[in-house]
Design a protein around this ligand. Structure first.
Ligand code: HEC
Ligand code: HEC
Length: 465
């Protein structure tokens, strides 16, 4: 406790001192009077690496993120409870600092004391004249119908108001106006994938969504619908409908394929997939050979299922991509395995290849050839160019409404790739996924490693333990 107090900036220590003496109210202790020096010090320490020393969004780490860290000098804020075109309330800013912006690279700041967070709020306001010039206009929200909401009315509004033109009919960010949007800061911006509740930066509950609809997402080209929805109460039906589009992510560190006695599924339509366990993997961008971060990817997550019999494993991979393209590089996916005799999961995939890194065993499919092959690859170019294919693999892909489904089958022990991964037996194997999107040729994404548990059920005498 004591060490925490001594680390408070001088002005704050003074304020908390006053509280102890009972000279000021509890409310004032929570929300200290502005102390520009304290705000600036906290900003320099915690925020400048992304938002830049002057607040113009050009910190040393800025380029690697999507969306970019905000230029705070423009005074345009996305996540507000106020009318479009008016600044956020102090509480809105405080909440952004407490919760961060999930799904973006803006962290939460729970570990800072409330007093420090209030100083940061004051400091943010000092960066733009908007706060002095324009009073914020808090919005009154209509009462929540709760279980009485009307999904059909919500769905009709989603169509009538043109949400689908940006967000797509199923919410997968593949509407016809989704490509080519630019935000107020001059950066590329994409409509949110409404099925990914975990990536809603302003919160994923119907109330959060309602607030976004009423307030708009200023700067990002998503207008306010406060005037467009009549009666305004109906906005709740739309908010509930949008929330119903969310698909739960399953963040597991491993994947245990379902063991099948007979033939493996050869189609994504096989009803057995409905019951197979799922793992969701988050994708991130990589660094290129010069050590610079390449553009952040459009494809932010991939869902994985698997089934296996005694001969082979078949993976079912599902990812959202606004359009099925065969550009250069074409839409494509590689399941990455650790080669026999290596500890592949020690490889830092977002920086691979680097000095001393091993070749990786990749099972690569792309939308141009619509076929899959396996090989050991030393670098990304070898993968994309399919330069070293040693054996072809069974694959089947379908694309509809902003979503790829891919089946990829790989023999267990009988890999015809010299030095290829030996799957199964009694060891864990590691698996990762790389994805390419022709619509975003400068981007490249990779997941973390997960455990692929293909250990066979032991037979006979092994019952002893
Ligand atoms: C690791 C990078 C990073 C750091 C560190 C960081 N931010 Fe951010 N911040 C972001 C990104 C990225 C966005 C843009 C997210 C978006 O547009 O959805 C953002 C957006 C914001 C916004 C805009 C919210 C809105 O409603 O539009 C505020 C305010 C903000 N940051 C404040 C801060 C403060 C204060 C700190 C330091 C305590 C900080 N940030 C530190 C990355 C960062
Ligand atoms: C002109 C294109 C456009 C239209 C039309 C549009 N949006 Fe959006 N929407 C966006 C963009 C762009 C973003 C992402 C903004 C960002 O990344 O900062 C977004 C984000 C969102 C979010 C995510 C907010 C969060 O917390 O991250 C929701 C929810 C949403 N829109 C719902 C809707 C609904 C419902 C409609 C119809 C009433 C709609 N949008 C119409 C472009 C649009």
């Amino acid at each position: 406790m004591t060490h925490r107090r001594t680390r408070l900036p001088r002005g704050l220590a003074w304020i908390s001192g006053l509280c102890l003496l009972g000279l000021t109210s509890a409310a004032a202790a929570e929300r200290p009077a502005p102390d520009p020096a304290a705000g600036r010090a906290a900003y320099d320490q915690y925020c400048a690496r992304c938002h830049g020393l002057t607040g113009s969004g050009d910190g040393v780490d800025a380029k690697r993120f999507y969306p970019r860290p905000r230029d705070l000098k423009l005074g345009v804020y996305k996540f507000r409870s106020t009318a479009s075109g008016t600044p956020p309330t102090d509480e809105d800013l405080f909440q952004t600092l407490a919760q961060g912006l999930p799904g973006s690279n803006m962290p939460d700041w729970q570990f800072l004391s409330e007093a420090t967070r209030w100083q940061l709020v004051h400091y943010l306001k000092s960066l733009s004249p908007v706060f002095e010039a324009t009073p914020s206009q808090p919005l009154a929200l209509p009462p929540d119908p709760g279980a009485g909401h009307d999904r059909a009315r919500g769905q009709a509004l989603y169509q009538e108001l043109g949400c689908a033109t940006c967000h797509g009919a199923q919410g997968r960010a593949n509407g016809r106006s989704a490509a080519g949007l630019v935000d107020d800061w001059g950066m590329k911006i994409r409509p949110a994938d409404l099925t990914q509740g975990w990536a809603y930066r302003g919160g994923a509950t119907p109330k959060d969504i309602l607030t976004r609809l009423m307030a708009g997402i200023d700067g990002a080209g998503m207008p306010s619908y406060a005037e467009a929805i009549t009666p305004v109460e109906d906005a709740w039906h739309l908010a509930y409908y949008v929330a119903s589009l969310q698909e739960p992510a399953r963040w597991h560190m491993g994947l245990k394929p379902a063991q099948i006695a007979g033939a493996l599924p050869s189609s994504v339509e096989d009803p057995r997939w409905r019951k197979a366990p799922m793992t969701t993997l988050r994708l991130r961008n990589v660094v290129d050979a010069t050590g610079a971060w390449v553009e952040p990817p459009t494809v932010r997550a991939v869902t994985l299922q698997a089934m296996a019999n005694r001969e082979a494993v078949v993976w079912h991979l599902i990812w959202h991509d606004p359009s099925p393209e065969s550009g250069s590089p074409p839409d494509g996916l590689a399941v990455v395995l650790q080669p026999a005799g290596t500890e592949g999961d020690n490889v830092t995939l977002h920086a691979w290849p680097y000095a001393g890194s091993p070749a990786l065993d990749v099972c690569y499919w792309n939308a141009q050839d619509q076929t899959a092959g396996e090989f050991l690859a030393k670098d990304i170019e070898t993968i994309r160019g399919r330069r070293a294919v040693q054996t072809s693999l069974l694959s089947q892909a379908t694309y509809a409404e902003g979503r790829w489904h891919l089946l990829l089958e790989r023999p267990l022990h009988a890999a015809q790739v010299s030095g290829g991964a030996l799957l199964g037996g009694q060891v864990f194997n590691a698996l990762a996924v790389m994805i390419w999107d022709a619509g975003e040729p400068g981007a490249q994404s990779v997941s973390a490693w997960i455990d692929l548990d293909l250990r066979q059920p032991s037979t006979g005498a092994a019952a002893s333990h």
